[in-house]
Design a protein around this ligand. Structure first.
Ligand SMILES: Nc1ncnc2c1ncn2[C@@H]1O[C@H](COP(=O)(O)OP(=O)(O)OP(=O)(O)O)[C@@H](O)[C@H]1O
Ligand SMILES: [Mg+2]
Length: 312
């Protein structure tokens, strides 16, 4: 399988801040690769290095076979970047914004005109194509920004939190759009702190925290590591007894692991947890409030590895 991106011990330090702290990646061509992590994990810094906007402190990286420091212009020509912070020209219309990017990439008018309208249609923006972007909502601007990253048909695309701040309906539109794109043999790197998004879209993903990869695999592999069980979460008043409560719960053979989350909450991986709440209540011997049960998610993978939530 051909490799789209390969990094070795890639680092970026800002003074004392180890934003990216030794990342090794190997991303196959044609895959949709997720980078999931909480705020400040180093996602944007990684993307900025790989898209040659930012020089690494040390380490090596190749993108589409080109070195990120020595062959940046080769890379720039072949990639698309949808940055986390909107980069958009408010005094141009939606259509003009996209045309401008196509022109910057040297596309012929006959090629980009039709393509632009096709793209605007896919993002439900065709009826606003001639409106100035400055009057657009945040979600509409973000969708235009996504289109500006893809108009020149790049071989490789970076989407840095493409659905941040979108309502659920617009998020679906963007998800469908990204999926559709990938089917055309394009490699996509997608950063997010939304575990549903990472789960839904990624063929494979890394979870990063404090600039380091803490785990890697397909969504099913990562969730599978926690077992097939249900996740049971509840609130307790007795915070000084959290560890004891978890240990008592773990005496039950169907409770595989337990973690405190925040100050007052406990998360247990308990097979068939919903049916067995009363058995758990019997052994923990404290009042369990606000009980909820769910299937394993990528957030539970993160909790399992760090003891924190993705959005603490
Ligand atoms: N130009 C900079 N100068 C100093 N520190 C920086 C700079 N850019 C990023 N950092 C720091 O590096 C760390 C990683 O930041 P980064 O933006 O890569 O995180 P992120 O995973 O993208 O977070 P978010 O989910 O909030 O977008 C943070 O601690 C951030 O404050
Ligand atoms: Mg970021």
């Amino acid at each position: 399988m051909e490799t789209a991106i390969e990094t070795q011990n890639l680092k970026k330090y800002f003074g004392d801040i180890h934003a990216v702290d030794g990342i090794d990646l190997k991303i196959p061509k044609g895959s949709l690769f997720g980078v999931l992590g909480p705020n400040g994990a180093g996602k944007t810094t990684t993307i900025r290095m790989l898209s040659t906007i930012l020089h690494p402190t040390s380490g090596d990286a190749k993108v589409l076979g080109f070195d990120i420091t020595k062959e940046a212009s080769e890379i720039k020509r072949r990639i698309g970047l949808c940055p986390q912070e909107l980069v958009i020209y408010p005094r141009l219309t939606a259509r003009e914004n996209i045309h401008l990017i196509a022109q910057m990439h040297g596309m012929a008018k006959k090629d980009y005109k039709e393509r632009t309208d096709d793209l605007l249609g896919k993002m439900n923006l065709l009826d606003r194509a001639n409106s100035l972007v400055k009057g657009f909502s945040g979600g509409m601007k973000r969708r235009v920004n996504v289109l500006m990253a893809v108009v020149h048909e790049p071989e490789l695309l970076f989407f840095d939190e493409p659905t941040a701040g979108l309502d659920p309906q617009s998020r679906r539109v963007v998800w469908d759009f990204i999926r559709d794109f990938q089917e055309r043999e394009c490699t996509i790197i997608l950063t997010t702190h939304n575990m549903e998004e990472a789960d839904d879209l990624s063929d494979e993903l890394v979870i990063i925290d404090h600039g380091k990869i803490i785990t890697q695999g397909t969504p099913d592999e990562l969730k599978g590591k926690l077992g097939e069980g249900d996740i049971l979460e509840f609130k307790i008043e007795e915070i000084d007894q959290r560890d004891e409560i978890i240990n008592r719960a773990k005496t039950l053979d169907f409770v595989r692991w337990g973690k405190p989350v925040g100050k007052h909450r406990i998360v247990l991986n308990a097979l068939d947890g919903l049916r067995r709440v009363s058995e758990i209540m019997d052994v923990v011997k404290v009042k369990m409030e606000d009980i909820s049960v769910r299937k394993n998610t990528l957030e539970d993978v993160f909790i399992d590895l760090t003891g924190r939530r993705l959005r603490d």
